[in-house]
Design a protein. Sequence first.
Length: 117
Amino acid sequence: MQESMNFETPLHHSGDPQTSRLAAKKQKETGQLSGDRLNVLIELVKYPLSTGAEIGFGLHDGSKRNCHQMAMMSRKRLGELVKGGYAIARGSRPCSVYSDPASTYEATEAGKRLVRV
């Protein structure tokens, strides 16, 4: 039986405008949220000790979301994966995308089992 990433993390802040709440609801209902989480986790298993921006730039596929948006998305999803127990922060180093110091992450055993790459 394959595990699933069914865990709840807030997708918007209580003070956010209604548009943020609607966007979060749409992400969940369309499956975009779980798809993004899984894609980030797959990249993390393939490339351990990556930063969020490095994963985001690796995921960019020429779609409507640009590279910067993908980097922002992957950083958000990494935080959720850490809270869900599928990834862990492992220090920091200069990011190869932005050159600034950035946290690095790797998949936990639970994350690796879920992906099975």
